[in-house]
Design a protein around this ligand. Sequence first.
Ligand SMILES: [Ca+2]
Ligand SMILES: [Ca+2]
Length: 493
Amino acid sequence: MKIKNIKKTSCLLTSLVLSTNIITKAQQLPDPDGLPADMTKPVKVFIIMGQSNTLEFGNVAGITTDGTLEHATKTENLYPFMIDNAGNWTTRQDVRNVSAMERRGSMNVYRNDWLTVSGNKIGIEIGIGHQLGNALNEPVMILKSSIGNRALGWDLLPPGSRQYEFDIPDSSGNNTTYVFPGYKGSPEKWVKGTEPVPIGWYAGLQYDADTRNAKTILSELDKYYPGATNYEVAGFLWWQGDRDSRSPAHTAMYEKNLVQLIKSLRTDFNAPNAAFVTASLGQSLENDSTSNHGKILQAMKSAASDKYQQELGDNIGFVYTNPLSKGGTSGGHYNGNAQTYMNVGLAMGKEMIKQLEGDTADPNSAIEIWRKETFTPNEAAISGNAADPDKDGIKNIIEYAIGTDPKVKNTTDAIQLEKTGNTITLTYNKNNNATDIDLSVEYSFGLESSSWNLLSTNPVITPTPGNVDQMKATITVPSSEKTRFYRLKASMK
Ligand SMILES: [Ca+2]
Ligand SMILES: [Ca+2]
């Protein structure tokens, strides 16, 4: 991916501490040059999904009214790239702004323009579009497909999500166990032991509608990006969580559902390595892990952390929006303050650029040299750390770490188990050229990704030909233990 105008530094944003700095830098974006993008390249599509946070609630008009876009740009002189010398809103000729909303069972497209300000409201698409248009040579489409008041744990539940039970206390403190449906189940919940009575809505209906609408738009690409013939979904942006924070069950499931959402969207849009950026709700505080919206912030942070590096790759980003927000809450659309929508959009766009760049991708690092030797330049879509082009269930980063070919199906598992009595022998290989990788063994008593633990081992190392060592670790398990899972974990040092 070509990134223009962005100098690589080691101090790209790490949420809170640098966020003031980001606003300052973002406000220094140059004016749009008014030129079209390089149309020989596929359109880079960035899909915005979520609930009303993603919609247009920032007020535009009112030069003397604090909180409007006019006041911010013309009275406070913020976001100078938004206005030209004559005082008119600038228009980018390299970014399309397309927005659709499901209405009574069909798609309503309410934006299909070059990125500018028109009408009396803006949302996060403006800041996102300016950042990406400025950073990328390729044509950019910001494609929003969302509607308000939708929960990830219900309306937006992604395919692959399964039914679960959750205890909810009543006013006298007695728990009732409810069953919550998996994808396509209905209703939203029912008391365990009773027969669910489906309603005219199912878990994931909005996921289905929003993704279908986005796909419909992409299937008629030149209607939405004149002159374009092909595209690549390069990233997803997600600002959501208000509706989930009103349910303890949806809150508790948020991390799991978000991880599943990332996987489902990548699959649905045939974009296995697409970047993903989430942003916390404006009122949520970074040190809050007790309120429901605080827990949702922690879930978003966790999904973007090393914990999921192996499962999701290293291009999941998180933006902490509280320092960017000008007050109010998600439930009240931040009082319509345009600066909140601008700041959050700019920060999400900036974070997306960081995720597209791959902030660990030093071309001279051992893994990048290996990637270059292993894949051709045309194989960018299958060369990411989390990709598995030979479909042997072993992701590229593990193939690299154990010294196997990511384009040839492995005939054995990455880790071999042998059990004798209470003793388990774990055998795996370690590529000594992979000097930038930490390879470890993790175990779990279930296959839930949140419950993996590091296994302390002291493996016996036996060199084999080809600079690969065989590692043999022996552990003792309790005789009562029935099931335990093991996996290799490779993370960048
Ligand atoms: Ca593989
Ligand atoms: Ca392989």
